[in-house]
Design a protein around this ligand. Sequence first.
Ligand SMILES: *[C@@H]1O[C@H](CO)[C@@H](O)[C@H](O)[C@H]1NC(C)=O
Ligand SMILES: *[C@@H]1O[C@H](CO)[C@@H](O)[C@H](O)[C@H]1NC(C)=O
Ligand SMILES: *[C@@H]1O[C@H](CO)[C@@H](O)[C@H](O)[C@H]1NC(C)=O
Ligand SMILES: *[C@@H]1O[C@H](CO)[C@@H](O)[C@H](O)[C@H]1NC(C)=O
Ligand SMILES: *[C@@H]1O[C@H](CO)[C@@H](O)[C@H](O)[C@H]1NC(C)=O
Ligand SMILES: *[C@@H]1O[C@H](CO)[C@@H](O)[C@H](O)[C@H]1NC(C)=O
Length: 321
Amino acid sequence: MGWLMWSCQLLCLQLVLLHSLSFALLVFSTSHEQSSALLHFKFKQLFSFVESGAYRSCDTQLHYPKMKYWKEDIDCCTREGVTCDMVTGHLIGLDLNCSWLYGRIPSNSSLFLLSHLKKLNLASNDFNLSEIPFNFVRFPSLIHLILSSSNFYCQVPFEITHLSKLISLDLAVNGLDEGVLTLKTPVMEGIVHNLTELEELVLDDVTMSTVGPGYLTNLSSSLTLLSISVCQSHGSFPENIFHFPNLRTLELSGNYLLTCSFPKVNWSSPLMYLDVSSTQFSGEMSDSIENLKSLEHLDIRSCMFIGSIPTSLVISHSCHI
Ligand SMILES: *[C@@H]1O[C@H](CO)[C@@H](O)[C@H](O)[C@H]1NC(C)=O
Ligand SMILES: *[C@@H]1O[C@H](CO)[C@@H](O)[C@H](O)[C@H]1NC(C)=O
Ligand SMILES: *[C@@H]1O[C@H](CO)[C@@H](O)[C@H](O)[C@H]1NC(C)=O
Ligand SMILES: *[C@@H]1O[C@H](CO)[C@@H](O)[C@H](O)[C@H]1NC(C)=O
Ligand SMILES: *[C@@H]1O[C@H](CO)[C@@H](O)[C@H](O)[C@H]1NC(C)=O
Ligand SMILES: *[C@@H]1O[C@H](CO)[C@@H](O)[C@H](O)[C@H]1NC(C)=O
């Protein structure tokens, strides 16, 4: 019974969204109601949702305030965007992508009581240039954390490196217009050291100007997707990453001072998508690129390669000196 009482505290989640012309606040609060049933979300009032500029990536058809349609007194697990574990009843997934959330997430939000959460997707909302809450560390079971295009600002908190079960981490395109989201060396070291299960790492537009690309060397070799376009990354990109056995997408474009050349020998990998455009990638365009049998997209525009590209490849644009 112990878990049930605890669950009830967590599950009876109330969402209140307050909004006035210049002020909106997203508050999650707990109710201590007990229930013998599965976890239930409860919410009292949803005054208003705000459409802001942060929704560029949302399909207008699918883009609406999901929580507005959440009904009280029905099993929360049936609510749109909510996933529960069928056996334990714990709430394990929250997908509030494109849900018009506006405001900061208070550090005492009862969101952080959902300690069984495995998947959290808050992409394409507007967190009003607030910092990514370090309280995400309260989700030790988290395997997917998606916070892209949500107007987070400032520094990626070190605590994110404690989420050692993460399989995907997406912090791309934050700090729209007014600011930038920055990732510092200790955080990257922590990601490399602790997030050993990582398969997808997406940091496009996150400023990493102080992180030497060498730190990426020891990233989890389970990676299938690495996307770090326009990160102000400069220096020498580690060649070993081209040999990662499962890597299918490598997106490095727009790092104008990032250098490297393609492996000259023994380059076989399942790469399907390779974009190194607008970088300082250089050297002989080696035949080894022909070994990439799965390659569907290659972009080497505005690079400094020498030689021509094997005609057998499908090429979006070639690059000449
Ligand atoms: C959004 O940020 C602005 C500027 O910091 C602040 O004045 C406003 O109260 C914030 N709104 C919310 C809902 O947090
Ligand atoms: C969170 O803290 C603020 C004050 O810092 C308080 O006004 C609010 O009621 C608290 N919310 C919850 C859910 O405890
Ligand atoms: C968010 O939802 C939109 C559809 O509205 C979809 O295109 C997009 O891929 C989703 N993004 C994430 C990160 O889940
Ligand atoms: C790894 O995670 C543990 C907690 O799980 C934390 O104490 C430690 O600081 C992290 N190490 C690095 C290098 O980030
Ligand atoms: C990568 O790991 C190897 C072996 O553990 C270690 O010797 C090397 O210093 C690490 N490189 C970086 C950049 O952390
Ligand atoms: C390339 O592969 C061959 C055969 O597996 C091996 O003998 C050789 O050492 C490899 N060369 C490099 C540079 O890794």
